[in-house]
Design a protein around this ligand. Structure first.
Ligand code: AMP
Ligand code: MN
Ligand code: MN
Length: 326
């Protein structure tokens, strides 16, 4: 792994910089990428963010989609390529090619399972969000934080810690949050955008969750297929809080949700409590993530098959999930 100050030197020398993040970006992905982009612009760099995914309604309130380029990235147009919050080339989706055999690449991340796919890699797995790591880079680049940058970074910090309650929340998370507040991060605006801007139609999905979740021992789970999503007039994002909602009960130590994104392609989201490492299951299923929040993309003929695959993987690895240290 490289040092922040060495990577900062490379960034300082570069004029044109292309930024990337992981597919189906969450607010940490967007916050770290947009926060870094603003900081680099303050240094006078030409910056372009490449991203294929559309933003969710909440994300639209916080990030400007017009800043994003959805087209191809011409390798010759940039001096350096940086990706934030992405642990492997697969997670870059259609932009994976940019990081293949390219020695002008930088990875900034906080995933312990990061595959270090760039020439220069800085991964801080003890950080609760990539925004915390970008915060350090912005300091190293000697860019003064402003309200706009602080607001973007706060959005990632707040969501990747699930509002400072996940087990990855530590002293540094609070310290960075304080510094972002001191730089006038609009925390209330972020809170409202993320936690209080659901569409009324999403109540239907809350009802679906309550009507359909199941319990298997200490695991709670729910799944939804495309047909049902369409019937309820919803999108994948309407169900994005399912695994998080199911971990809230005392009897439950881990939870998962499966959402059929495309025919036979299911997105798995998992959560666990202290003493349980759910990332082991996500990795067995070809994904990754963190000890208490992980995910994968699963191919199966139908929802039941996908659910059974996850349940059997959990049952085969029940003892391995249990962990003393977290
Ligand atoms: P989510 O449940 O969608 O909020 O995802 C929780 C965490 O799991 C993310 O922060 C990622 O680190 C990881 N993750 C989610 N989906 C995948 C995937 N398909 N492959 C690898 N890691 C994933
Ligand atoms: Mn992320
Ligand atoms: Mn993250």
């Amino acid at each position: 792994m490289n040092k922040i100050k060495d990577i900062a030197k490379i960034i300082k020398k570069s004029k044109s910089i292309a930024l990337f993040t992981h597919i189906s970006p969450d607010c940490d992905a967007l916050g770290s990428t947009f926060g870094l982009s603003l900081a680099l612009k303050k240094l006078g760099k030409n910056v372009k963010i490449f991203m294929k995914d559309d933003f969710t309604a909440s994300q639209h309130l916080l990030f400007d989609e017009n800043e994003v380029c959805k087209g191809e990235c011409n390798i010759n147009d940039f001096d350096i390529f940086i990706c934030c919050d992405a642990s492997s080339i697969n997670r870059l989706g259609e932009y994976g090619y940019v990081f293949e055999n390219n020695d002008k690449t930088i990875v900034i991340d906080h995933h312990v399972c990061n595959k270090m796919m760039a020439k220069y890699n800085y991964i801080e797995s003890e950080s609760s969000s990539c925004c915390e790591v970008v915060f350090k880079f912005i300091n190293a680049l000697k860019v003064k934080l402003d309200s706009e940058i602080a607001t973007k970074l706060y959005a990632g910090l707040s969501t990747d810690t699930s509002s400072f309650i996940n087990s990855n929340t530590n002293a540094n998370s609070f310290l960075v949050a304080t510094k972002l507040c001191l730089a006038n991060a609009k925390t209330q605006f972020v809170n409202q955008a993320i936690y209080q801007s659901k569409s009324l139609n999403s109540v239907v999905f809350k009802k679906y969750l309550l009507d359909n979740f199941k319990i298997d021992g200490e695991c709670a789970y729910v799944g939804i297929d495309q047909q049902t999503l369409e019937q309820l007039n919803g999108k994948k994002n309407d169900c994005s809080g399912y695994s998080k909602a199911l971990i809230n009960y005392k009897e439950i130590n881990y939870s998962f949700s499966l959402i059929e994104e495309e025919p036979n392609k299911f997105s798995l989201s998992m959560r666990s409590k202290i003493g349980f490492n759910i990332r082991i299951i996500a990795e067995k299923l070809g994904g990754g993530g963190h000890v208490c929040a992980a995910g994968a993309t699963i191919t199966a003929n139908n929802l039941n098959e996908a659910i059974n695959l996850v349940l059997s993987t959990i049952n085969e690895n029940k003892e391995r999930i249990k962990t003393e240290k977290i």
